[in-house]
Ligand binder design. Structure first.
Ligand code: ADP
Length: 241
């Protein structure tokens, strides 16, 4: 989930150290850190800089967190919007929001643009009747994506939990031609996420607490679920005195 109010164009201070597990996704995102840091140098060498990376996976698995961390690693700005924010009842509002998002990123000198729930913006075109407005928004998005060049220092990270629903135009070369699957954490990853959050927030743990054992007891839990568990654990003893 994206908190738009706090994520618009701000310098991100999150880094890959704030993410546990998700090694494959971090490796892929790590490759573009250098591009974002020195876009002109890479563009000047004629290097082909990726424009879009698609993160596919269930909710709460750290997709937003990693996009923010990418911006933090590259010491650049973070812009975020959610697919549904683009669909509006009024004619032209969706296209206007798309234009404004990219304009702000260009004005800021580049950054990571994160689009959560890209499927609601870029579902297959013409799938439902009467969604002409959504098609126009998607078209505008494609125009913006094709419009900036490598030296702009902009990368678009999009998240979805079902890439198969996406309009093929989005996945074409030079657009979101890289996609990384972000799965639910394995048992070791769950333990690492619990450890990371417990130590980051300095949650005092009882001597009999084994985070590894908790991780084994929670198959299917996402990173967000595990964070929620620690929240509860920190609140209950205070409430209970
Ligand atoms: P998504 O965008 O995939 O729905 P988020 O990035 O919004 O998931 O995750 C919500 C919160 O859950 C994060 O801010 C973070 O605190 C926690 N979280 C999720 N996955 C991880 C992870 N792999 N490592 C550390 N924290 C995580």
């Amino acid at each position: 989930p994206v908190d738009i109010a706090t994520s618009d164009g701000a310098r991100s201070t999150t880094t890959f150290k704030d993410v546990a597990g998700n090694a494959a996704a971090i490796a892929d995102l790590g490759e573009v850190v250098e591009f974002l840091r020195e876009p002109r140098r890479f563009a000047g060498m004629g290097a082909k800089i990726p424009k879009g990376i698609l993160l596919e996976g269930p909710p709460g698995t750290g997709k937003t967190l990693m996009a923010r961390a990418l911006a933090g690693e590259a010491k650049t700005n973070f812009f975020a919007m959610s697919g549904p924010d683009f669909s509006a009842m009024f004619l032209g509002v969706g296209t206007m929001r798309v234009k404004s998002l990219f304009r702000r990123a260009r004005k800021a000198g580049g950054g990571v643009i994160f689009i959560d729930e890209i499927d609601s913006l870029g579902g297959k075109r013409g799938r439902q009747n009467g969604h002409v407005e959504d098609d126009r928004t998607l078209n505008q998005f494609l125009v913006e994506l094709d419009g900036f060049d490598a030296s702009a220092g902009i990368i678009v990270i999009a998240a979805t939990n079902r890439a198969s629903d996406l309009d093929p135009a989005l996945l074409r070369k030079g657009r979101f031609d890289r996609s990384v699957t972000v799965g639910l954490p394995t048992v070791d990853e769950r333990a690492a996420i619990l450890e990371l959050h417990a130590s980051k927030r300095r949650i005092p743990l009882g001597t009999d607490v084994e985070l590894g054992r908790l991780a084994r007891l929670m198959p299917g839990a996402s990173g967000a679920d595990l964070e929620g568990l620690l929240d509860e654990a920190a609140i209950l003893p205070v409430r209970g005195g």
